[in-house]
Design a protein around this ligand. Structure first.
Ligand code: FE2
Length: 260
């Protein structure tokens, strides 16, 4: 069996109040400019902010029909790179929506420059949510060394929005030998797991991880959206406890030891 997508792709799929996902086409990992024969699926999350603006998390490859469809939901405003690996299509969206604000994750500018990807970021994400979406969403920086990423929480739908922090690949959607390799990492449906590249950095950055997790636990998410694999549609807080452990007893969300 070969690789398969989350059909239909390039259409907005509502998953809760004022929030939806758009599954995208295959992407391929490139190493040193060489494209590996490993197709993987990608997913964009769209949040409809109460001011009428749209927040596009990890935009998938631009598609004109999709862009038109999204305009019916609101104004395409925030084009967000949550980590330095998810940014490749932001320039396409920015060109189609020149009034959009492009938001940089840490080190993404350097990575884009090194790969000759022409993209301009106008703002930088921070540990705390900016004025633009603070009313609707919270956020934090989840440590993971090279793989650190900004994670978001949509309040109205109690949805945690992750990129690569948890991977939950459906093995029957992957071709061999990648299927066996993924199985060995544990990063597969139905339980998912922390992205393997983050595991050692998380051990080395325990204090930052603890602070970020305290914030995540305080949100008590109902569902967890992922960029790769099957999302967790219910009991999100239980998923987080199972994968990362329960909330630290002495920590409180937003304490001053927050990750930077
Ligand atoms: Fe990714």
């Amino acid at each position: 069996m070969g690789a398969s997508l989350y059909e239909p792709i390039n259409v907005y799929k509502p998953i809760g109040p004022h929030i939806g996902i758009v599954d995208g086409p295959f992407e391929y990992l490139t190493v040193s400019g060489v494209r590996l024969p490993l197709p993987f699926t990608t997913r964009m999350t769209v949040v409809c902010l109460t001011n009428g603006d749209l927040f596009l998390h990890s935009p998938i490859k631009f598609n004109g029909v999709l862009g038109h469809e999204l305009q019916r939901l609101g104004t395409v405003r925030h084009l967000v790179s949550p980590n330095q690996f998810h940014y490749a299509h932001i320039a396409e969206w920015s060109k189609a929506f020149p009034d959009g604000i492009t938001w940089a994750s840490q080190h993404v500018r350097q990575r884009a420059r090194a790969r000759h990807i022409d993209v301009t970021f106008t703002r930088d994400l921070d540990v705390d949510a900016p004025e633009e979406w603070r009313r609707d969403m919270d956020q934090t920086l989840f440590p993971g060394g090279y793989f650190k990423e900004f994670i978001f929480f949509h309040k109205a739908s109690k949805t945690l929005i992750l990129t690569d922090t948890i991977i939950n690949i459906e093995l029957n959607k992957m071709p061999e030998p990648w299927r066996t390799a993924t199985k060995l990492t544990g990063m597969h449906y139905p339980r998912g797991q922390i992205f393997f590249g983050m595991r050692l950095p998380l051990l080395l950055q325990r204090r930052k991880a603890k602070a970020a997790l305290a914030k995540v636990h305080s949100w008590r998410p109902e569902r967890v959206l992922l960029s790769h694999g099957r999302c967790f549609e219910s009991h999100g807080d239980e998923v987080i406890k199972r994968i990362f452990g329960g909330p630290p007893i002495e920590s409180k969300a937003g304490n001053s030891a927050g990750p930077r």
